[in-house]
Design a protein around this ligand. Structure first.
Ligand SMILES: NC(=O)c1ccc[n+]([C@@H]2O[C@H](COP(=O)([O-])OP(=O)(O)OC[C@H]3O[C@@H](n4cnc5c(N)ncnc54)[C@H](OP(=O)(O)O)[C@@H]3O)[C@@H](O)[C@H]2O)c1
Length: 278
């Protein structure tokens, strides 16, 4: 299927590994031009190489921290100078290091404010910087990456869940405000993912090492998750396996494409069926 992304201007935040890298590859394979943002230039360059190989005609990389308006604004100023407009903004970056654990563990309020600064305000910063450029384009899509654990209230993740929920709420308001400009805003909520590294990767890989389960098996990954959170406490995954990054990347690319022409304000679960209620 042609997603209508050939030569589209796509900005992907959190593209230095994981789901962001996988989504970048999918956009690249559709012939989109890419601006990749994260803090690690090394990770971004690896993604950029994969995107060029996959068929992207132009890949720009910018090392910028979402905690800094100055760095984010500078990256978008450079993108504006290069392209003049932006069609697609993918807000995928997050970092949950230090936020996993039971409610009583967290005595230091800085844990909450730091998480909010990155995941809620960070998405505000990137959206604010992208919007003028998106209004210059003929069509626009924003995809904000959340998590199914906001809806299922995953235990031991309340700090992360709270901040993602705030970001989801912003996305709904933005969907209404931006619709008259032809900019569709949707949320993609992943369930659990086979990650190449990253902060969740560090948590689960240390658990794999302790239990002897196979980190490359999506079936073992689900067993590990059930052991960590308690079966029934975490999500019951009807497909009996965890998702691969490319499965999330494909969903993000479709949501961020011209082919997605009549959906806005939606929150789509990509989770092996763990959250449907029918
Ligand atoms: N993995 C899961 O099981 C899972 C489940 C549900 C939802 N999600 C969500 O899916 C998204 C991607 O997850 P993932 O597992 O692919 O994560 P990941 O491997 O940890 O990658 C996170 C990305 O965000 C970037 N990032 C982190 N902090 C940043 C900052 N301050 N400024 C700029 N970029 C920053 C990282 O790059 P640098 O470190 O180079 O900056 C990296 O590119 C996240 O929003 C996550 O919350 C993941």
């Amino acid at each position: 299927m042609d997603l209508g992304l050939k030569d589209a201007h796509v900005v992907l935040i959190g593209a230095s590994r994981g789901i962001g890298r996988a989504a970048a590859r999918k956009f690249a394979a559709e012939g989109a031009k890419l601006a990749l943002i994260a803090r690690s230039l090394k990770g971004l360059e690896k993604t950029a190489t994969q995107c060029r190989e996959a068929g992207s005609p132009e890949v720009l990389t910018f090392a910028a921290d979402m905690l800094s308006s100055i760095e984010i604004d500078a990256a978008f100023a450079a993108i504006g100078a290069a392209w003049g407009s932006v069609n697609v903004l993918i807000n995928n970056a997050a970092n949950s290091v230090g936020t996993h654990g039971v409610f009583e563990k967290f005595k230091d309020e800085a844990v909450y404010t730091q998480a909010y600064d990155l995941i809620a305000l960070g998405y505000v910063r990137t959206t604010r910087a992208a919007l003028p450029l998106m209004k210059q384009a003929e069509w626009g899509r924003i995809v904000n990456v959340s998590t199914t654990s906001t809806a299922s209230a995953g235990p031991m993740l309340h700090v992360y869940n709270m901040t993602k929920a705030a970001m989801v709420s912003m996305s709904y308001a933005n969907a209404k405000e931006f619709a008259p400009h032809g900019i569709l805003v949707n949320v993609l909520s992943p369930g659990s993912i086979m990650v190449e590294g990253g902060n969740w990767g560090e948590v689960i890989n240390s658990y794999f090492a302790k239990t002897g389960l196979d980190p490359l098996s999506p079936f073992d990954a689900l067993k590990m998750q059930n052991q960590m959170f308690g079966e029934g406490e975490g999500e019951l995954v009807w497909m009996k396996r965890i998702g691969y990054v490319d499965e999330y990347g494909a969903a993000i690319a479709w949501l961020g494409s011209k082919t997605n022409s009549y959906m806005t304000g939606a929150n789509i679960n990509v989770d092996g069926g763990s959250n449907f209620k029918n």
